[in-house]
Design a protein around this ligand. Structure first.
Ligand SMILES: N[C@@H](CCC(=O)N[C@@H](CS)C(=O)NCC(=O)O)C(=O)O
Length: 235
């Protein structure tokens, strides 16, 4: 079956530790869409992943009625549009608000992943610079939170939405980075609104079961490093 029919089966190809995969699971749970999770093996991409995302060869991939949708932010928008009857909306109703939320989601993706990867690996000498990059990005996002939320609990208002999911997916890795470096990432003094928002986000019913535990992420980071080193030795 090839269809965007809302009743067609939904599968997610990904790994539990990926913040980009977490986004997709949160969006589907928020919409109440049942899905099958196809867990990728560490360091070895499945044929299904390679065939479904031949351009980037990255997870997540959403398969809806057998058709692949790639790139997590594209998938969030797709889920919103393919399941229109299921409340709540993921993207804001207002076009200007949509543009603002997309802007900040793209900003988070431009600034956070590389710096978080550096913190995870604790690369000698690069750690302080990476921590500063994350802190500077979070300071900007603290201002964005004040503008977007207008005093309400989430970027999207009274419930989580696109930007909450996009930024919130990093919270597990913020906490893992805190354990690895011994330094606070979501600082209650520097970014009090974001620190409180992150706690609220993680408690949300669509999030709590799929937000990876920080301790497991620390172990995962070590296992990934070992797998990459073994692969490098073989080639
Ligand atoms: N921009 C992509 C990023 C996806 C991404 O970086 N996925 C990682 C896992 S966290 C991946 O598949 N890495 C394997 C690779 O790049 O070869 C998205 O938002 O979906």
């Amino acid at each position: 079956m090839a269809s965007s029919d809302a009743t067609a089966p939904v599968r997610v190809v990904g790994g539990w530790a990926s913040p980009f995969v977490t986004r997709v699971c949160v969006a589907l749970r928020l919409k109440g869409v049942a899905y099958e999770f196809l867990q990728e093996k560490l360091g070895k991409k499945s044929q299904l992943l390679l065939a479904s995302n031949p351009v980037h060869k990255q997870m997540p991939v959403l398969l809806h009625g057998g058709r692949p949708v790639c790139e997590s932010l594209v998938i969030l928008q797709y889920v919103d549009e393919a399941f229109p009857g299921a409340a709540p909306r993921i993207l804001p109703a207002d076009p200007y608000d949509r543009a603002v939320h997309r802007f900040w989601a793209n900003y988070a993706d431009a600034k956070l992943p590389t710096a978080l990867r550096t913190l995870r690996r604790m690369v000698d000498g690069d750690g302080a610079e990476a921590a500063e990059q994350v802190a500077a990005a979070l300071a900007r996002l603290e201002e964005a939170f004040a503008d977007c939320s207008k005093g309400r609990p989430f970027f999207a208002g009274d419930d989580i939405g696109f930007l909450d999911i996009a930024l919130g997916s990093y919270v597990g890795w913020f906490r893992a980075a805190e354990r690895i470096t011994g330094q606070t990432v979501l600082d209650e003094a520097r970014t009090p609104r974001l620190a409180a928002w992150a706690a609220r986000f993680c408690e949300h019913q669509a999030v709590s079961r799929v937000m990876p535990d920080a301790g497991r992420l620390v172990e995962f980071g070590e296992a990934l490093r070992a797998a990459l080193a073994a692969n490098a030795q073989r080639t």
